[in-house]
Design a protein around this ligand. Sequence first.
Ligand SMILES: Nc1nc2c(c(=O)[nH]1)N[C@H]1C(S)=C(S)[C@@H](COP(=O)(O)OP(=O)(O)OC[C@H]3O[C@@H](n4cnc5c(=O)[nH]c(N)nc54)[C@H](O)[C@@H]3O)O[C@H]1N2
Ligand SMILES: Nc1nc2c(c(=O)[nH]1)N[C@H]1C(S)=C(S)[C@@H](COP(=O)(O)OP(=O)(O)OC[C@H]3O[C@@H](n4cnc5c(=O)[nH]c(N)nc54)[C@H](O)[C@@H]3O)O[C@H]1N2
Ligand code: SF4
Ligand SMILES: [Mo]
Length: 757
Amino acid sequence: MRIQDARPKPAIETPRPAYNDGMAAPPASPALRIVHTVCSHDCPDSCAVLVTVNAEGRAVKVEGDPSQPVTRGFLCGKVAKYLDRVYAPDRVLYPLRRKTGVAKRPLPRGQEHEAFERVSWDEALDAIAARLKEISDRYGSESILPYSYAGTIGVLGYGSMDRRFFHRLGASQLDRTICSEAGGQAWLSVYGKKLGTPTEDFRLAKLILAWGANIHGNNIHLWPFVEEARRNGARLIVIDPYRTRTAAVADWHIAIRPGTDTALALGMMHVILNEALEDRAYIAEMTHGFERLAERAREYTPEYVAHLTGMTAAEVEQLAREYATTCPAALRLNYGVQRCENGGAAVRAIAMLPALTGAWKDRGGGAQLSTSGAFQWDEKAVRRPDLALASPLGRLARTVNMSELGRALTELGRDQKNGKLGSERATQQDEGPAVHALFVYNSNPGAIAPNHNAVQRGLERDDLFTVVHDLFFTDTTDYADFILPATTFLEHTDVQGAYGHYFVQLSKQAIEPLGESRSNVWLFGQLAQRMGFTETCFRDSPEEIICQALSIGADGHSTNPNMEHVTLEDLESEGHIPLAFHADPEKQPFLPYTSLPLATPSGKIEFYSEALAAAGLDPLPAFVPAAESRWSETAKRYPLELLGRKNDNYMNSTFANLPGHRKVEASSCRRLEMHPSDAQSRGVAEGDRVRVFNDRGAIELTVKLSADLPAGVVAARLDWAKLHPEGVNINALTSERLTDIGGGPTFYSVLVDVEKA
Ligand SMILES: Nc1nc2c(c(=O)[nH]1)N[C@H]1C(S)=C(S)[C@@H](COP(=O)(O)OP(=O)(O)OC[C@H]3O[C@@H](n4cnc5c(=O)[nH]c(N)nc54)[C@H](O)[C@@H]3O)O[C@H]1N2
Ligand SMILES: Nc1nc2c(c(=O)[nH]1)N[C@H]1C(S)=C(S)[C@@H](COP(=O)(O)OP(=O)(O)OC[C@H]3O[C@@H](n4cnc5c(=O)[nH]c(N)nc54)[C@H](O)[C@@H]3O)O[C@H]1N2
Ligand code: SF4
Ligand SMILES: [Mo]
């Protein structure tokens, strides 16, 4: 895949330690080699990982690349122990088929092998292809549903050959909303593109506002920059109902009530405008709809906002003043706030703050939700939606919202009258066949999907043909007809951007796939051929798809925006290359949203969105209490708001099976954190076993009294269901209700009650 670099190299230098040529320190022994890979887990940091491989081809060490300016030579606790995952004794290393007559039920850990038998890849692929053909012929190709998310966020692993395969097959399309769609769509409605303050520039801020952002747990490579800023006098304010490790070390932790962020942001605007702290010139030049926003903000007096959020009016005022008068002010908004029913409006309102104060103008100011919009891969070439025309449908298939998997598996195609499956974005998903085949990869819906009991009822259907491609026996493989072994990022090649920095990175295969494990690209290429798909794109190698993603031109350079200086050869030798606008931040800092036009309908920052109005939504942000919140009818029966949060030492459900990782989270995973006042009123004490329940399900947990969250709010952690005695996890309580914008899940708008078990 070496491509000659014809053009002179542009003067782009990534900071490198003096001892090397952009890669790692020289290996200690000549028998060792060091390979540049990229951590492909669903994390904003996308770390550059150097893998040391010994003469036998075994990876013996992983470390953060010191020459990558965001990775800075360290890895998080999860991936520092990565060889535990790669070489885990319980990895699934060959294809497995369900034994005849064995029902689909949760299997106790360690007993999975009894339900499955080993088969060869040939047998597995032939049988799967035959079954998919049969199902497509009998029920229509849309009765096949792929289900994938972010097991890997590499461009190839996340969505390339798989998308080609399912488009050509005519399978239902999956609306991948499970994580960030509400916030993502909300941000786009304001700014048109997902760009943000460069991570490295946070060190220049004088105020850092972490809003629904657990930096310590979920975004650790931002932390050194926060620390540097604080050493230079910056204050850190954290807005999170839960006292995270980040909140615990902040200068000010605002334990806001869940789902009330829209009110707080509008209240801040109220104060800012009342005290004339806005940046009139920036607003006039760069924004659209200011007057109407100002009118809306007038309703949100500090007193009203205090009543909603649980803060005092004086605190709302102080926060607004501090934010608007400190310069540079950097906002780290993460996706925590948009996992509530009102989450889209919340992200819109918060995103508008730096536009109101002009904070974007200062280096080290502005905001970051995601940087992903800067990476403009050639998605059409990689995913080939045009192949849908060659499918039996002759068009793009219907779309099914992944946040409603339970309904999709149990209701779709059965009762045409049952409400809308899948948000305002859905097109035809109320129509069409029931799901008869489910193909899961890059995801563990048995653990991570909302309304676990509905999902489980769906997965248990004996008329559902289920294939799962993963590395372990997960909560989902228990229901599979076939389990196929997948690779880790050490075992395949990929190219990757990031949603928390501005570097393009190449992840080179460091070791041979373990056992008979195979990458996503290989799997779907093989299956396509067994299905008789003759298009040559199904035989593309990973290297060829990387070239397509980068749109490598005749001269060897990428033709993607901001990647024109990137060649494969440079990527191979350097591992990571900054996007063009981030090549020399000292000389040319990147200040997003400081010049026009933007990619919004008006070309400006949209306080007021005609597009939302046209979609029948409120064109301005407004606080609307969630159907499951302390203000709703349901609260009379289930008065506690539940936060079913992530673990600092897992990645959603990933890593939960590894003893070393589990040890660190063991105590938090089966715990219900509860304010002492809520415990007292229920006669519950520290260490008691309690039943946490609502109409959808129940789970038993052990009480930990905690003043780390407001009264009326309880918290627990996401875990594998099968590691609990009753085979459920916290998603037994969450619902398939969708967010106001984007059709996202509402993991953090959940009401429950608690009683002694
Ligand atoms: N260690 C670790 N790192 C991860 C992950 C992981 O599971 N573990 N997951 C990865 C994934 S998938 C993602 S999407 C990213 C981003 O992850 P984030 O979006 O940062 O993740 P969360 O932990 O869901 O939410 C952040 C914080 O929001 C808080 N929160 C909940 N409800 C509200 C609310 O109504 N208002 C406010 N202000 N805060 C609220 C939560 O208590 C939490 O501390 O992290 C990634 N990184
Ligand atoms: N209660 C609650 N539920 C949540 C959340 C929450 O905060 N609370 N967070 C939500 C969020 S933000 C997200 S993003 C989702 C995450 O949902 P998922 O993306 O499903 O996340 P994981 O649990 O990490 O599962 C990923 C699976 O992919 C597998 N995998 C890894 N690499 C590969 C590969 O190369 N190929 C294949 N075939 N498989 C691979 C892993 O082994 C793992 O089993 O969960 C959501 N669910
Ligand atoms: S999970 Fe995140 S912080 Fe950890 S190594 Fe991967 S990219 Fe880096
Ligand atoms: Mo996520």
